[in-house]
Structures are given as structure tokens and as C-alpha cells.
Design a protein around this ligand. Structure first.
Ligand SMILES: [Zn+2]
Length: 260
């Protein structure tokens, strides 16, 4: 990993003149989006943003793209996918706020002349608010005759099934329950080992939820640690395999989508 290389792709670290030069080559521009949300006693709360950003940076490197500053807040944590809003530290946006931020950013980069955007999402709960922001921006742009193509993707959907199967003895529990569990912990170990407290990984427990959501949410079914599935088998080797295989699939898909 060479963070200095990625830094050269971040538009917040370049002067506008350089950005204009790079834009002339019609690059794919990436907007990573995460959340500030409890991720158990062993992972930092910015986990979803850090992972979305790491994926976006690697894919941008392969496609000679640019990186917008990461959105480090996201939509409200839900019990069944993030433990819910009962934990201190989890700091969430209303859906309308997230939608408006995405709409505004897209409108601005369209004004710059960018036409190919990828939103890399790292937080399950964000999905439809990102979509709404994209839809509102495109509706507005259509009125002015500007064209923009936007891909919204959840990075975990690119992880090959064969890789997931190789990492789980007892079968893959599904991405919702994987909150702060084996996948995220492994990838964070590969990327930011200095931020992970291995000794704090809780005893294995799994969230137990009905097939519906009941509001107001009160934390029912959420393990006290906030970790929704076993994390102890996490390792940096597994994390590297997850990151490399996921990035490879994202690059393949986006090359096809944007013919780059
Ligand atoms: Zn997460």
C-alpha cells in the first residue's frame, strides 16, 4: 500500500489548476461514503468510511481516476445491520441530509465538467439515500442538458463467492450480520493494524433478530459488544485476500461500465 500514490489522486489535495488538467482526460471520479458508527470494542468507529475509501483508492489507481473527499457520516444505524442507534459514538445523518449532500456534490462535479462518477458505499444503511441523491441530481442535470453517468456500488457485492466460502467454516452468515465481524475486522487488520485492539475482540456471539424491524429500536437482539457475528477468526491475510479480490472485480466491472 502506498498512501502517497493515492494522495496524488485526491482532489482536496490538489490545486484547482491541476484538477482542471486532470479533468480534461475525463477521468472516473470516486466518492467513498461510510458512517461514524460503533464497530465493537476492537474497531474504530470510522471503519465503514475507511474501508470504502481504501477500495475506492485502489480502484482509482487501476483506472487512473480521481478521489473526492470521503463522506465520513452516513444514515442511521439499524439494529439488524449495525447494532442500531443506542451506542454512544454512533453519529448519523437524517436521510434527507445524506441525500442532499450527494445531490449537491454530483451537481458541483457536473458543473466542473465531470461525467463519470462512482459512489463506493461502505455502510449498508446508506444505499437508498445515495440512490435518491443520484436521482435528484440527474433529474436536475437533465433539465440543463448535461449528461452524467453515476454508478452506486456496495464494495462487498464484488467479493467473489469462492473467497467468502473459503473464509467461513460454518457458512457465510450474510453481509448484514457481518457488522464489525470477520470480514471488516480482517480488512481493517490488513489496512490499519495499528488501530485494531485484538485483545478487545469479544467472545463469539451472533445477533438474533426477527425478519422485521420494530421502532423505536431498543437494542433487542444486538450483542452487548455491538459485534453482530463472530470476529475472532479475523486475520490480516484474510483481509488482504478480501481486499485484493474485491478490488479486482470492481476494476473489471467498472472498466466494462465506463469502457476505460
Ligand atoms: Zn461496518
Amino acid at each position: 500500500m502506498n498512501e502517497a500514490v493515492y494522495a496524488s489522486r485526491r482532489i482536496d489535495l490538489m490545486p484547482w489548476t491541476k484538477y482542471r488538467e486532470r479533468l480534461a482526460k475525463a477521468p472516473v471520479i470516486f466518492l467513498p461514503v461510510g458512517a461514524l458508527e460503533q464497530h465493537g470494542p476492537h474497531l474504530p468507529m470510522g471503519c465503514d468510511a475507511l474501508l470504502a475509501e481504501a477500495m475506492a483508492a485502489r480502484v482509482a489507481e487501476a483506472l487512473d481516476g480521481l478521489l473526492l473527499p470521503t463522506l465520513r457520516y452516513g444514515y442511521k444505524s439499524q439494529a439488524r445491520s449495525g447494532g442500531g442507534q443506542t451506542f454512544p459514538g454512533t453519529t448519523s445523518l437524517d436521510g434527507g441530509t445524506l441525500t442532499a449532500m450527494v445531490r449537491d456534490i454530483l451537481r458541483e462535479v457536473a458543473r466542473h465538467g465531470a461525467s463519470r462518477i462512482v459512489i463506493v458505499n461502505g455502510h449498508v444503511e446508506n444505499q437508498w439515500f445515495l440512490t435518491e441523491g443520484i436521482d435528484l441530481a440527474l433529474r436536475e442535470l437533465a433539465l440543463t442538458g448535461r449528461h452524467m453517468q453515476v454508478v452506486r456500488c456496495e464494495y462487498w457485492n464484488f467479493t467473489p463467492q469462492t473467497v467468502l466460502e473459503s473464509l467461513f467454516d460454518g457458512g457465510f452468515p450474510g453481509v448484514d450480520l457481518e457488522h464489525a465481524a470477520l470480514l471488516e475486522t480482517s480488512m481493517m487488520l490488513a489496512l490499519y493494524p495499528q488501530l485494531i485492539d485484538m485483545a478487545a475482540i469479544p467472545e463469539d456471539a451472533t445477533g438474533v433478530f426477527p425478519g422485521y424491524d420494530s421502532y423505536p429500536q431498543d437494542g433487542r437482539g444486538v450483542p452487548a459488544s455491538g459485534v453482530l457475528a463472530p470476529a475472532r477468526a479475523a486475520s490480516p491475510v484474510k483481509g488482504k485476500l478480501l481486499i485484493d479480490s474485491t478490488v479486482a472485480e470492481m476494476v473489471k466491472a467498472l472498466r466494462q461500465e465506463f469502457t476505460v
